[in-house]
Design a protein around this ligand. Sequence first.
Ligand code: DAH
Length: 364
Amino acid sequence: MDDLNALRDELLAAIESADSTAALETLRVSALGRKGTVTGLLKGLGQVDPEQRRARGQAVNALKEAASAAIDAKMAALADSALESRLAAESVDVTLPARPLPEGRLHPISQTLDEIVAIFGEMGYSVAEGPDIEDDFHNFTALNIPPEHPARQMFDTFYLPERPDGSRMVLRTHTSPVQIRAMQAISGGKANGLPLRIIAPGRTYRCDSDMTHTPMFHQVEGLIVDRTTHMGHLKGCLIEFVRAYFELPDVPVRFRPSYFPFTEPSAELDIGCDRSGGELKIGAGDDWLEILGCGMVHPNVLAACGIDPAEYQGFAFGMGIERIAMLKYGIPDLRTFFDADLRWLKHYGFVPLEVPTLFRGLTP
Ligand code: DAH
C-alpha cells in the first residue's frame, strides 16, 4: 500500500503544479490513459494475492478517482484564470460607433402611396378605406355598372363561392366601391356630412396575368362631393397633383374624352412626354402617356348613395399605383414589384424614415 500512497502524492503534486491545460492532459494520459500507471495497477490486480486483492482494488480505485477529480478541478481553475487574465488585459471601448444594423427599405408601392397621400392630404382630402372582398352592390350596381358590363364576367373577376342567398362576393376590381361606402357613411338620408373629400388607396384584383398585368395591383381613388363642385375643380386639382407628384414645375396635360359607367362626362388624363432615343422623359416633348381615369360623378351614383343629385355634384378619379411608380422611378418591369427579391428592393426601395411631405419634399 505504501507504493500507492507514494504514487498518489506524486500524482497530486504534479497535477497541482501543472501550468497549462496541455500539461494537464499529458498527465491524465500518463496516469489514467490506456497505458497509464493507474490503469496498469488496475490491470495487475489479477496477479495479487487473493486475500489482499479486495483491499488493494479499493485503494487503486480510490487513487484513480482522486487523480481524476484533481485533474478536473485543476482544469476548471486554469480556465478561470485564463478568462480572468483576458478580462484584465482587454477592455471595452464604449466610445466606438455601434456596428450598423442591416437597413430595411420601403417598397416603391408604399413610397408612392405615401407620396400621393401627402399631396392630396395637403389639398384637404382624407384617407378612406374599404374591404378587399366586396359585394356586388358596392363593386358594380351602385357604380352604375350594368349587368352586361365586361367587368362583371367570370373571366375578368375573381368571384367567391355562392352564398346561401345565391349572391357571390368579389375581390374588388377597383377602388371605386370605396366612393360608395364613403357616401353612404355620411349621407344618412340628409347629406349632412357633405362636402366630402376622400382618397382611397388599396389593393385591387383582376383575372389578368401577363407582361403588363398582375392579378393583384394597387389603385388610388379620389372623390369630392359638394354643392358647387365642377369640371374646373377636377382639372385644377389633377393638374396640381401631376406637377407635385412628378416634382416638375409644369407638365403638359390633356383631358381626353372617355367612358366610365360611374362618371358623366368622363375623361382620361394624359401627360406630355418624350420617347425619342428610347428613353422616356416626362414633362417635355410631343408624345402623350395615359395616367388616370376621371369624370363628374354620375347622378345615378349619387342617388344610389342617398345624395340628391339635384343639389350635389362631385368629381372622381382613379389611377394605378404600379404604373405611375414605374413612370416616376424608371422601373421597367411590372412583375418585379411582386417577386419579393431583396436585391431589387435594395435598388428601388426607399429609406423608411424619410416620410414624404409636400413641404419638405416627396423623394429623399
Ligand atoms: N375604376 C376605374 C378603373 O378601375 C378607374 C376610374 C375611372 C375611377 C374614372 C374613377 C373615375 O373614380 O372617375 O379603371
